[in-house]
Write a protein that binds this ligand. Structure first.
Ligand SMILES: Nc1ncnc2c1ncn2[C@@H]1O[C@H](COP(=O)(O)OP(=O)(O)OP(=O)(O)O)[C@@H](O)[C@H]1O
Ligand SMILES: [Mg+2]
Length: 256
């Protein structure tokens, strides 16, 4: 397989008079975990839709090799289908019923939801529903996960737990991941590379590489430093924090 399974090359995309992306390029390596952060409305979901092939650029090229799955911010589960039925939708490519059942069992074990296979989404907590969504996305032979703020509707502790869960799931089933998030700590805790976007039309403001095993403690100095650098790239100075060197600034940065 190509070692750059996701490439966007000089893409532009406008909606009506709104220029969302202009001459935008990004290449994501196989197995890489890239987080994308940026101001609301700058074009992150637009970019994911282009990567997923749900939308086409006005100019430029999108190359994606392999199969991708999208996980949305809001509940993407079918409310009238059980946990099993929802996960099985990710297993449609299995011809053989026995193989599908085996895979389903494995996914349920992976997300720790054995015993809930016949529950409906409304009978589960938000965190459990998100785990089912991740399982559905991870099921089978997908190469790429496109995650659009998948944990944003959860409280802080659940988000922390699901980040660990995602890190563990990816260790067992490595995937290329593009995670769009407003949560800078989440990006710093999970990603190999954080791409910070500007206001619309989105340009890459800076990129940050994090070479640190997952799962990562949110208080690990490198994670804290990354949070801090991203905030700076997003324009933290406007909040009155000028220095990126002092420890006090790191602490005050975190309280945003
Ligand atoms: N299908 C569409 N038709 C018209 N305008 C659109 C469409 N999709 C996106 N836009 C516009 O493109 C801009 C970028 O939207 P997008 O959803 O990509 O932003 P975003 O970075 O994901 O924002 P948020 O962080 O709030 O989710 C917005 O101004 C939005 O109104
Ligand atoms: Mg969005």
């Amino acid at each position: 397989m190509n070692d750059k399974p996701l490439i966007v090359e000089s893409i532009s995309r406008s909606f009506g008079g709104v220029e969302v992306l202009r001459d935008f390029s990004l290449a994501i390596a196989r197995g890489e975990f890239v987080a994308i952060v940026g101001p609301s409305g700058c074009g992150k979901t637009t970019l994911l839709n282009l990567l997923a092939g749900f939308d086409k650029p006005d100019l430029g090229h999108v190359k994606s090799n392999g199969r991708g799955r999208m996980v949305y911010q809001q509940d993407g589960l079918f409310p009238w289908s059980t946990v099993s039925e929802n996960i099985k939708m990710g297993l449609r490519h299995f011809q053989d019923e026995a193989a599908r059942t085996r895979e389903l069992k494995e996914m349920l074990a992976l997300i720790g939801l054995e015993g809930f296979e016949d529950s409906y989404p409304h009978q589960l907590s938000g965190g459990m529903r998100q785990r089912v969504e991740l399982a559905r996305a991870l099921a089978g032979d997908t190469d790429t996960l496109l995650l659009d703020e998948p944990f944003s509707s959860l409280d802080y502790l659940k988000r922390l737990r699901l980040r660990r869960e995602l890190a563990r799931l990816l260790r067992e089933r490595p995937r290329t991941v593009v995670l769009v998030t407003h949560d800078i700590e989440e990006a710093s805790q999970l990603a190999d590379r954080v791409v910070v976007l500007s206001e619309r039309p989105a340009q890459i403001r800076c990129e940050l590489n994090l070479e640190l095993d997952r799962p990562r403690d949110p208080t690990h100095p490198l994670v804290v430093e990354a949070v801090y650098r991203i905030l700076t790239a997003l324009g933290l100075e406007q909040y009155g924090v000028e220095s990126v060197e002092s420890v006090e600034s790191v602490e005050s940065a975190q309280s945003f």
